[in-house]
Design a protein around this ligand. Structure first.
Ligand SMILES: [Zn+2]
Ligand SMILES: [Zn+2]
Length: 169
């Protein structure tokens, strides 16, 4: 799953870091996942999602504690982060056609199908899930995909007026 000639820019690392930050609020004990949908042209975040139960319903419990991703998921209450980001946009009527999704782990098949159908045109993930087939269907549908490893939380960039006394340049 090499990166297919997609530039790993500062912006890509920033949004993958942001997805990681958002994932820290994920409520399924199996794995915390975060997703961010971005309009690349305007450089604005359109929607975010994490893995959590639908609003008002009971969250995942012990049944998800010792589970491996992709296995015994029938009792999992969570909507996946990618799906949640898409549904959150739908809920408030934000178009996400041709947007880019940044997610902390590559999507499952169901999320990949939703990503394709929602019109998202590219997916960056900061780790690889067991769902290699999901990447295949994204590619088949013309959605660009890239796995970018080694992502950390966004680096703080100080504005010039705050660093003027810094002699290190
Ligand atoms: Zn769960
Ligand atoms: Zn999924």
């Amino acid at each position: 799953m090499a990166n297919e000639s997609i530039d790993v820019t500062e912006s890509v690392l920033f949004y993958l870091g942001l997805a990681k930050y958002i994932s820290t609020r994920g409520t399924c004990p199996t794995k915390q996942v975060g997703a961010v949908i971005v309009d690349e042209g305007l450089n604005i975040v359109l929607s975010t999602g994490l893995n959590d139960a639908p609003r008002g319903l009971q969250r995942c419990g012990a049944e998800c504690q010792n589970r491996t991703i992709g296995e015994n998921s029938k009792s999992c209450q969570a909507i996946h982060a990618e799906m949640n980001a898409i549904l959150n946009a739908a809920r408030v009527g934000i178009p996400i056609t041709k947007a880019t999704m940044y997610v902390t782990i590559s999507p499952c098949l169901n999320c990949a199908r939703a990503i394709i159908q929602s019109g998202i045109s590219a997916v960056y993930a900061s780790s690889m899930s067991p769902y290699e087939k999901a990447l295949d269907i994204l590619k088949q549908a013309g959605v660009k995909t890239a796995i970018v490893s080694g992502v950390s939380l966004p680096r703080v960039i100080m504005p010039p007026w705050m660093t003027s006394e810094d002699t290190s340049g």
